[in-house]
Design a protein around this ligand. Structure first.
Ligand code: NAP
Length: 249
């Protein structure tokens, strides 16, 4: 395989234009990786890439052609962080907006599978690849209004576990990090830009910040190659479950 021009190990981070993805890109760069940043908002990617001596490449994980074009520019790869995703709406199941559900499934589940399929050859060729999927506590818990996001993140969890089994014996580690509440653009996107609703999510409690999760991404990536952290659940101290959150008045 061609050497990376910088001879640094290479990491791909999807959804690197903000939030957990941006923070992960920054952490991995600090740990010595050449980071390839993918997302739809290329202007944001380029600014972050310039900061960390990385590469910015447009990526829509729901689009085959976009993923193929992205993967063609990543011939060698050590770490893949499948982070692109998020929630749309918080409606009860019986009021489900099925287009929103479809988009959540397309992005969180199929996007993760599509990108992994496209990059598995480059990962395996490294001799020791690592896949880190950013799931959620919604991957194993439920809460009212979680509907389509919960269904999608359960899909991420079961897909990740299946992949771990199917890759057994090949030089690729598979990890899922499952965060609770992290203050990013997540709630803003979920509530379609409604700042009041987004702010209410974190009112009176101390959420995680993106860098708390990124710290774990870098930790997973930098363990000795025989160590596979299968899953990591991380929440703010103020959150015990998807429903139980301690808030001051
Ligand atoms: P965020 O700030 O909204 O970031 C989401 C990222 O995903 C953005 O960079 C966005 O970039 C990218 N993205 C969305 N759709 C995409 C697509 N079709 N193709 C490529 N990139 C796409 O939210 P975040 O909290 O950092 O979320 C990151 C991951 O953490 C998500 O998988 C989310 O489900 C998970 N998570 C978040 C929380 C939380 O409380 N924040 C908790 C548990 C899990 P562009 O719009 O530029 O494409």
């Amino acid at each position: 395989m061609p050497e990376s021009p910088s001879a640094r190990p290479v990491a791909v981070v999807t959804g690197a234009s903000g939030g957990i993805g941006e923070a992960s890109a920054r952490r991995l760069a600090a740990a010595g990786y050449e980071v390839v940043l993918g997302a739809r908002r290329v202007d944001r990617l380029e600014a972050i890439a310039a900061d960390i001596d990385g590469r910015a490449i447009a990526l829509d994980v729901t689009d085959d052609a976009s993923v193929d074009a992205f993967a063609a520019q990543v011939p060698t790869l050590d770490v893949l962080v499948n982070n692109a995703g998020g929630a749309l709406g918080a409606d009860p199941v019986l009021d489900a907006d099925l287009d929103g559900w479809r988009t959540m499934y397309e992005t969180n589940v199929l996007g993760t599978v599509r990108v992994t399929k496209a990059l598995i050859g480059a990962l395996e060729a490294s001799g020791s690849g690592t896949i880190i999927n950013v799931g959620s506590i919604a991957g194993f818990e439920i809460y009212p209004g979680g509907g389509g996001y919960i269904a999608a993140k359960h899909g991420v969890w079961t897909t990740t576990r299946t992949l771990r089994l199917e890759l057994l014996g090949r030089p690729i580690r598979v990890t899922e990090i499952q965060p609770g509440m992290v203050e990013t653009d997540f709630a803003r996107v979920r509530f379609d830009g409604d700042e009041e609703k987004a702010a209410a999510v974190y009112a009176g409690m101390t959420p995680l910040v993106a860098d708390d999760v990124a710290d774990l991404v870098a930790f997973v990536a930098t363990r000795p190659e025989h160590v596979n952290l299968d899953s990591i659940v991380v929440r703010p101290r103020d959150q015990a479950t998807g429903r139980d959150v301690h808030r001051t008045a």
